[in-house]
Design a protein around this ligand. Structure first.
Ligand code: SAM
Length: 279
């Protein structure tokens, strides 16, 4: 898989690519990442990449010409003929569609991704219209540039490539894991076989040694070797965390009858007045 990043700060990417899974994927040749200096595609003495916005208003806007030249230099297929199941040109923008785990999963199937990083007030919209097949946002906040967003997108995508993680199941069973098609069928006695945070739920809490630390003990079910009990506890914790932190995910998560019963129980616990809970 090949990433091309168009940016005014190519040096920004040196460090994020040097650690962990990304470093390994690059070292083994599974992934190539090239950052291209947008200023190299300017034609004036000052290497100008921005200009004032038409219609007035604050700030500066990245000019279209250097970006068009940069993308052309990469030999990307023109938008109208592009096979977006193989390559994609992505504009990073706070106005874009949300970059989610599902989007990362789709990106992980591509061979080539070109990422355009905005700065200042953003990028001349003709870049989006004529060159990009996707406009993506990494969250509902405004960054000062697309570079951090590009690093996020690359990291989340690369770790989903086959073999990038030591254990392939890690990506399957973590937060937001794709709804496991087999999960419902795999359910045994109402407990899904994959009881991790897959199926669109958040992951369950993790603990490691020591079992007791600073007066804080690990939860009781993790002490013993009762795998069924551990599976049920983990699923319950996943449901509880999702209910508390991301209730919106419950609407699309794959839930078994047992999950629905657990959720009803958790809601009753949550609604119970404090003095009842204390009693
Ligand atoms: N005027 C823009 C707006 O209000 O939507 C904000 C521009 S922002 C200061 C500059 C650049 O940072 C954007 O062009 C984009 O490339 C990047 N950026 C900012 N927030 C982002 C987000 N949430 N996701 C992805 N990229 C973002």
């Amino acid at each position: 898989m090949h990433f091309d990043i168009v940016t005014i700060f190519p040096g920004f990417f040196a460090s994020p690519l040097e650690y962990g899974i990304l470093r390994r994927a690059i070292a083994t040749g599974q992934v190539q990442v090239q950052a291209h200096d947008l200023r190299a595609f300017t034609t004036d003495r000052h290497r100008t990449v921005d200009d004032r916005p038409f219609g007035g208003g604050e700030g500066m806007v990245l000019k279209p010409e250097p970006i068009f030249r940069a993308v052309e230099s990469l030999g990307v297929t023109p938008k109208a003929e592009r096979d977006t199941t193989r390559e994609s040109v992505i504009l990073l923008s706070a106005q874009g569609r949300p970059f989610t785990q599902q989007v990362a999963q789709r990106l992980a199937t591509l061979q080539r991704i070109v990422i355009l990083c905005g700065r200042y007030e953003g990028v001349d919209e003709r870049v989006n219209e004529a060159l990009c097949d996707q406009e993506l946002s990494i969250g509902d906040y405004v960054l000062s540039g697309g570079e951090l967003a590009a690093a996020v997108l690359i990291d989340a995508t690369v770790r989903l490539l086959p073999g990038a993680l030591g254990n392939p199941d890690s990506a399957r069973f973590e937060s937001f894991g794709a709804a496991d098609r087999g999960q419902a069928e795999d359910a045994e006695a109402g407990v899904p076989r994959t009881t991790h945070g897959s199926g669109g739920l958040l992951d369950y809490p993790h603990y490691t040694r020591p079992a007791e630390f600073a007066g804080l003990a690990i939860p009781e079910p993790l002490h013993g070797g009762n795998h069924d009990e551990i599976r049920r506890w983990r699923r319950r914790m996943s449901l509880q965390k999702t209910m508390r932190n991301r209730p919106d995910l419950l609407a699309t998560a794959q839930l078994t009858a047992e999950d629905l019963r657990t959720l009803a129980e958790l809601r009753r616990e949550q609604d119970r007045p404090v003095h009842d809970a204390d009693a």
